[in-house]
Design a protein around this ligand. Structure first.
Ligand code: GLU
Length: 425
């Protein structure tokens, strides 16, 4: 096979795509016969870049960059979120789509991996402008997405309303009801019970399982959470409800610390009113940098990529890191933390709760038969714990990290599917 890379794939990439490539390289020695197919995971299957022009409220026009990448579809249609962020770029979306391939395979969901994004700061635009951006982007994606092709969902700065606009735009263009084209929709439009909380709930399950296997208690456990969005806030609340103390919270405004445990009702209210947790009553304000040395037992990065690097890893006091965000730890930091004896539950396991319930939503949409919240949560727990157990056992058996064990299981599934399908034509 020709191993030289296409011009748009930079093997020297130091961002999330480079991070993903080094994770794949680490898995190679563990893949046996499948090693010769590994090249397939180093290049996305399809990449679409679109211009998204819209009319602004003031009558002028603006252009945004839109992306959708389908990394691998050997095991099923593409699946993964869409993010709105000013730093979105092709290599980031490529990495996020690749992590979706790994995540979906690790959880044994019948999906490939995909991701999308628009390079926009949503805080600077009105709701009507964001609706026009979403609809134009969806329309430009055209047949690149679809219930059996590629199914978007929420990610950073997108929510159920954005999914409703995407679904409506796609359905209008198709002239048919197509609720299964996106997941994370409002429940009134074919969304699933429990989808909004699912990622945070999965982070909670992953934390609880890890502590149990290490003979540690959740009760009294000190937890620091970076990010107070949909993932961080739900995980923090569930952990607190089960006895943990949330001692530190960080967001884009800075960080807060309270060794006796932050009152999350107060923090939530302050965050809603002020737009940040900083300034929350009864808490000490600390710098975003000081957040990393907070005395704690568990650290949950639930914001963006490349947060834990060689520069701050040595200062981390936690014994367990549960990655709520996608790609928060660089490969260099991964190595340092492993030497320090820190257990890292990788993103592709820890935050898989969202896509697991997205899978349930997709199934429910096809059947037009909807489950109760209890059914959803029980099935979510069942899938997550089963996958977690297999990954934990493989890591123990082979003396490898949880991340490498997850990649072994996922890459084997993807490459086996590819081998069974054969190469077309
Ligand atoms: N954006 C979420 C993730 O990174 C969910 C994707 C989905 O539900 O398709 O896993």
């Amino acid at each position: 096979m020709n191993a030289s890379l296409p011009s748009y794939l930079n093997s020297e990439d130091v961002g999330p795509w480079g991070n993903y490539l080094s994770q794949v390289d680490r898995v190679a020695p563990h893949l046996g016969d499948f090693q010769h197919l590994l090249e397939t995971l180093k290049r996305p299957r399809r990449i679409l870049v679109v211009d998204v022009p819209i009319r602004l409220d003031n009558g002028t026009m603006a252009h945004f960059e839109g992306y959708r990448v389908q990394h691998n579809t050997s095991r099923g249609p593409g699946k993964g979120g869409v993010r709105f962020h000013p730093d979105v770029c092709l290599s980031e979306v490529m990495a996020l789509s690749a992590w979706m391939s790994i995540k979906n395979a690790a959880m044994n969901l019948p999906f490939g991996g995909a991701k999308g994004g628009i390079r926009i700061d949503p805080k600077l635009y009105s709701r009507a402008e964001l609706e026009r951006v979403t609809r134009r982007y969806t329309s430009e994606l055209g047949g690149f997405i679809g219930p059996q092709v590629d199914i978007p969902a929420p990610d950073v700065n997108t929510d159920a309303q954005v999914m409703a606009w995407m679904m409506d735009t796609y359905a209008m263009n198709q002239g048919a009801n197509t609720t299964g084209v996106v997941t994370g929709k409002p429940v009134e439009l074919g969304g699933s019970q429990g989808r909004k909380e699912a990622t945070g709930m999965g982070v909670f399950f992953a934390t609880r399982e890890t502590l149990t296997r290490q003979g540690l208690q959740l009760d009294g456990c000190r937890v620091a959470v970076q990010g107070f969005g949909n993932v961080g806030s739900v995980a923090a609340k569930l952990l607190q409800a089960h006895g943990a103390l949330i001692v530190a919270l960080a967001d884009h405004g800075g960080a807060i610390y309270q060794p006796n445990g932050i009152d999350l009702d107060v923090a939530t209210e302050h965050h809603r009113a002020a737009g940040s947790v900083v300034g929350c009553p009864q808490c000490e304000a600390i710098s975003a940098d000081a957040f990393w040395n907070t005395p704690c037992d568990v650290l949950i990065p639930a914001a963006l990529e490349n947060q834990i690097t060689e520069h701050n890893a040595m200062r981390i006091q936690a014994k367990v890191i549960v990655e709520g965000a996608n790609g928060p730890t660089t490969t260099g930091a991964d190595d340092l933390l492993e030497d320090m004896g820190v257990t890292i539950v990788p993103d592709v396991v820890a935050n898989a709760g969202g896509v697991i319930v997205s899978y349930f939503e997709w199934v429910q949409d096809f059947a037009s038969y909807f489950w109760t919240e209890d059914e959803v949560n029980q099935r979510l727990e069942h899938i997550m714990l089963g996958a977690f157990d297999a990954i934990w056992r493989l890591a123990q058996e082979r003396g490898i990290s949880l991340r490498t064990a997850t990649f072994v299981i996922a890459c084997e599934r993807i490459l086996r599917a590819r081998q069974l399908r054969g190469l077309y034509p």
